[in-house]
Design a protein around this ligand. Structure first.
Ligand code: ADP
Length: 342
């Protein structure tokens, strides 16, 4: 388990002190994939450096695997850090070493025998899907393959926690998905805790169990990913969620509808979990004698179930439309009347 208690980190700058992390309290469970999202300057990298002991908090406690990382030093800290590994946006590989030599590097530092190293490197190569590339140099690999080397190297000493610093930000969308799938399979196979920082909501949606949203050094929102997607509260969270829920053309089609049918109700419906599979729209049409035109819709899978939004135009007698909306409410489907395209 990882625990941050009243953690503050201030940096001394030419203009006085800058508070990068401002009184953060956070618990991350063993075996969890936990995401920290925020824009540049929010304090995410400082959080990661506090978690692996590279930075000491100005005040507060950082406890990882039962050890107060913020209080230990020297050999004790080095030993604790063996159990906290990290992967990076730009991979940080050794360019003059082959794939297998890169992966063996942390084992050499830990003083593991050559025979043992070779065995472990083979296992890791298999685990991350790099068979056949053992003798390649980083310059001969694609971005995704380089990150696979980074992951294998990070896992060499059997860590309990894997920290991911924007690990997919330098990769194209397809490669990003493959690396995220690999992180999920490692999390499931090895049971290790993964903490990732990112500015991309797609990453959070795809693999995280829980998320914390950071702004100006503070956690402004946190929770189960599905709940946060369903009802984001802070303005910044709403912005992040809209990164993955809104598709091009969506605003235009709403403006057009509002202009063309000023007397009809445009309604946004929010579906969560099993509700995404129920035939509520067809029931609505049958039971309430209304017509439903779909303007825009999407369903996204998250680690804890699907969620989706559907924007519909309900056409019919005012009374029937009101009853239809009431019915949706009874079914537990949140709805919102749309008056403008924003
Ligand atoms: P993020 O990773 O979310 O972009 P950072 O943790 O890198 O955010 O930075 C948070 C704030 O702390 C920023 O204003 C940044 O300029 C400042 N900062 C980070 N590291 C240092 C440092 N070593 N010295 C001074 N200011 C720093």
């Amino acid at each position: 388990m990882i625990q941050l208690e009243n953690v503050v980190k201030k940096y001394k700058t030419a203009n006085g002190y800058l508070t990068a992390v401002n009184d953060v309290n956070l618990s991350i469970n063993d075996g969890e994939i936990f995401g920290i999202i925020g824009y540049s300057g929010a304090g995410k990298s400082t959080m990661i450096r506090l978690l692996n002991g590279l930075e000491k908090p100005t005040s507060g406690k950082v406890i990882v695997n039962g050890q107060n990382i913020s209080a230990i030093r020297g050999k004790e800290l080095r030993n604790a850090r063996h159990k906290i590994s990290m992967i990076f946006q730009h991979f940080n590989l050794l360019w003059s070493r082959t794939v297998e030599e890169n992966i063996a590097f942390p084992l050499e530092i830990a003083g593991i025998s050559k025979a043992e190293r070779q065995k472990r490197v083979l296992e890791l190569i298999e685990l991350v899907g790099l068979k056949g590339r053992e003798k390649s140099y980083p310059s001969q690999l694609s971005g995704g393959q380089k990150q696979r080397v980074g992951i294998a190297r990070a896992l060499a000493n059997d860590p309990e926690v894997l920290l991911c610093d924007e690990a997919t930000s330098a990769l194209d969308p397809e490669t990003t998905d493959a690396i995220l799938d690999l992180l999920v399979s490692i999390n499931e196979k090895l049971g290790l805790t993964i903490v990732l920082i990112t500015h991309e909501m797609h990453v959070i949606r795809k693999i995280c169990h829980r998320v914390a949203v950071m702004e100006a050094g503070k956690i402004v929102e946190r929770g189960n990913v599905l709940e946060v997607f369903q009802s984001p509260k802070a303005e910044i969270t709403q912005k992040f969620v809209s990164q993955v829920t809104e598709t091009a053309g969506h605003k235009e089609s709403i403006s057009q509808m509002l202009e063309d049918y000023p007397n009809d109700q445009l309604i946004k419906l929010f579906f969560v979990g099993s509700k995404t599979e129920q035939p509520v729209i067809s029931q609505l049409i049958r039971e309430f004698n209304v017509d439903v035109n779909i303007v825009h819709g999407n369903i996204s899978p998250t680690k804890s179930g699907p969620y989706g939004t559907l924007i519909v135009r309900i056409v019919g007698d005012t009374d029937h439309v009101a009853k239809a909306i009431q019915y949706l409410d009874i079914q537990g489907i949140k709805s919102e009347v749309i008056n403008n395209a924003e």
